[in-house]
Design a protein around this ligand. Sequence first.
Ligand code: F6R
Length: 260
Amino acid sequence: MEVIVLPGPDDVARVAADVVAGVVRRRPGAVLGLATGSSPVGVYAELARRVAAGELDLSGVRGFALDEYVGLPAGHPESYAAVIGRDVTGRLGLDPARVHVPDGRAADLEAAAEDYEQAIAAAGGVDVQLLGIGANGHIGFNEPTSSFGSRTRLKTLAPRTRADNARFFDSPDEVPMHCLTQGLGTILGARRLLLVAQGSAKAEAVAAAVEGPLTSMCPASALQLHPRATVVVDEAAAARLTLLDHYRQVYARKPAWQRP
Ligand code: F6R
């Protein structure tokens, strides 16, 4: 696993955007795995800036969101379909017809999950999966004890996740209990994983994911199984890592040909 420790959130956004831009430059029709929540907002903003400046063209890419709440009314501003439309598709110049979000309003959620898996497979798989991390170590909405082999399915949000996400809603009770989320097995199927984390609230989860044991109690530790996982964190999110000096040295001496 590559661990890149940078001074602050803007650096995290810039370096993560470099990785995504590098993938798209090599493959203009790349398939992007799209996280929501606050962690990737800076990355999307930086990509949007490059698109607006004419430095990057994302019009050919396809996208698959990681997850979606179940039980929100159609058009709810905090549904991930709405968030992806607002923060990603429009601002990055993606074709909305090529951007997919699990259907959290489907009458048959099991079938919707299966359809989503098939759509990802039909697109040829995800080239680069952007990820945030929950304070409890979740990725997507794969809460602790999720199977490393899991595929897209219905999950119940952990109390900690509902409390953390209450900031997006008018009241904590409004945060849905359930979601559809890509599984850890689905996520591990992406050709490249790119996890971003900022701030001290993520420090413990980042350390557990990167340096802790491989355990379903920290779903993000699944990144240790992936041959090409990059974790980009700011100083605050890196604070609990024990091999900090090593990560800094590796990144400082990274050969130019290995850069995005
Ligand atoms: C959202 C998602 C989640 C978030 C995580 C961190 O699509 O997959 O795993 O990345 O809950 O959320 P933030 O970034 O809001 O701290």
